[in-house]
Design a protein around this ligand. Sequence first.
Ligand code: ADP
Ligand code: MG
Length: 768
Amino acid sequence: MLELKNIKKTYHTGGFSQAALKDFSLKFRQNEFVAILGPSGSGKTTLLNIIGGLDRYDSGDLIINQKSTKKFKETEWDAYRNNCVGFIFQSYNLISHISVLENVELGMTLSGIGKGEKRKKAEELLERVGLEKHKHKLPNQLSGGQMQRVAIARALANDPDIILADEPTGALDSKISKQIMELIADIAKDKLVIMVTHNKELAEEYATRIVKMQDGEMLEDTRAVSKEEKEHKMFNIKKTAMNFLTALNLSFNNIKTKKGRTALTAFAASIGIIGIALILALSNGFKIEIDNFEKDSLSDAPIIIAEQSMNMDEETMTKIHQKDNSKESYPSKKKIYVTENKMEQVTHHNNITEEYVDYLKKMDKKNISGISYQKSTAINLVVHNEEKGYELVSTTNMMMPWTLLPTNPNEDDKGIVENNYDVLAGKINNDEVGLILQVDSKNQMDESTLKQLGLTGKEVSFNDILNKELKLILNNDYYEQIGEYFVPKKDLASLYQNENSIPIKVQAIIRCKEEKEILANGSGIAYTNALTELVVEKNKDSEIVKAQQEKDYNVLSHQVFEEDSKTNTKKIMLAYLGAESTPSAIYIYPKDFKSKDNIVTYLDKYNDKKTEEERVEYTDMAGMISSLSGNIMDAITIVLVAFSSISLIVSSIMIGIITYISVLERTKEIGILRSLGARKKDIKRVFLAETFIIGIFSGTLGILIARLLVIPTNIAIENLSKLENVAKMNPIHAIILITISVILTMISGFIPARVASNKDAVESLRTE
Ligand code: ADP
Ligand code: MG
């Protein structure tokens, strides 16, 4: 049973206090129709709000089920409001953006009643109040009387024991008022109805008990409960909770009523996302583009370890280019001043030793797509041509660069040659003695190169080339000893026909792949590793080599060797003759960018703890270029993303403001939800749900717009740079950005949501 015991309630506004209820006591029966009469300001609404658990009393006690409510927790009040009390207000207090049916269902939703049951009950109730035909309308499509009927249906939804009605007919004309009163009187047959009214006649006609009050005090009670009357236990309080889906539905419906505004907000909020998404798409695309380009260029740009390497670091370069002001410009003295060799300052002389070669051979082969150990050994070939007769060709001929074909150390993986060239005829086999001919993209090869192979004419068929036989002449046949000296033999025909001469054929004709044209196009002759090895193998013990090892002068030119010379030392001569097996230069072709890092690290490690003399320096041009490009790309991306992030923050703040405005607009709704038993938490959810929807919407919109903008962006880039489809949106970026958008909007909606949940229920209901 319900009983008020010495309830006091005072409102404090500013410095002013207003006692709304002064020591008010009242006991109700389980089933009666109590009308509360009294002039405006006498405390009727306050009394009703306290009974309904919307407002709290200052002192005294409200007894529910013979239990004091002094120690009631928030959640208990929420549950009490939800399933024990039904409110009917003068101003109906329906939620305007959901249908009549949904309004009636709302209280049941909060108490967790299943969908089907809820719908059935709501339809029954609407039938009872005579509105079954209007269930799908929005509240503002109904008349006042009809709206009040909806409110009555809603109040009955959770089958409460108490109906509290605050001037339910106050806004209706007398005819409609009577109809509403009949409905309420009907309800009062099996419930406790407490109705506040101004209308004495209606009260006297329908109520079973009239309580008159004035200035917060009881004036008269026509049918007070006597001590003898039996107490009834009436309530069964269940906890309430709004699930996030309900919150989403409420907010979604609310958002639907302001489509234009939401669309604008979402669009504004999406601008940050659009910016970032576009920048990421571009940088993503450019990175791929640069990566591809680097891969291509790296494959053609080996790390070179030559006898001399250039030191191109910044320090050395500035030192070289520094202006020297200590010397007079345009001097008048008739003298030349001698300076140091500038090239010498940046040149490092590498002493490539057996030890170093061994070190290289231990390198992880997975990083390498090709490697060649160049030797300065002369490979002496004699070619024969019908018209021109016999001719000598030497690979050390500076006019015609013969190159050593790189070896691929990985059997199960394509190497540098396979990656860059198509084999047009024949078959490459680096382990067999032979030559490889590279023609350019138009199958061209210059006259002088073909001549070196003994080929002439305007066109040469592949077959003629592959059938052409050259002869490798070994030192012992080629050099003739005359006293202390050696001279090359002049009779090339007999050298060619000599049985010791080794036939050499062209193994294959290759051409750069179309997509590699920029980097690998060109023509020339390459020889296999097996050929160099064979030459060294056969020549290292030749007579001329033996003689040269003993003498301090060049056995061919008769020149005396010089200690510090760069062209005239014994070592160089021995290498030329094939005695020296250490390479003169090493070309390492990395597999990709990362492999190159690994290779470079490995090469650097060799130089640890080595003296300046012993160090072996390499040249890595591609590295210098690409590290620069990668760094610039990253820096640009970071700066641009940072700029766009500002707009993301701005839009978050904006969403915060919009949500706050929404909180203000939905204050009434907050009050209604609270009167239906929604917890503070539930209110917070409603607004977080709203920002969630806006966040998802603006994030997705941003990604969609950015995706569309990628198209014209790519067209513009293509016009400028001929690069197709550069901007590419990474789907992971898109998902991350939508998530960020949701998180940011929810963060920005958090404060307004808190404000909303802390709003006073009674005051929220008072706002219009
Ligand atoms: P009634 O419903 O009988 O017209 P109320 O219960 O609304 O009276 O108000 C009782 C008194 O308490 C009035 O004097 C009113 O001004 C005051 N009052 C009611 N609610 C508030 C409030 N939230 N803040 C300050 N004063 C209030
Ligand atoms: Mg009132």
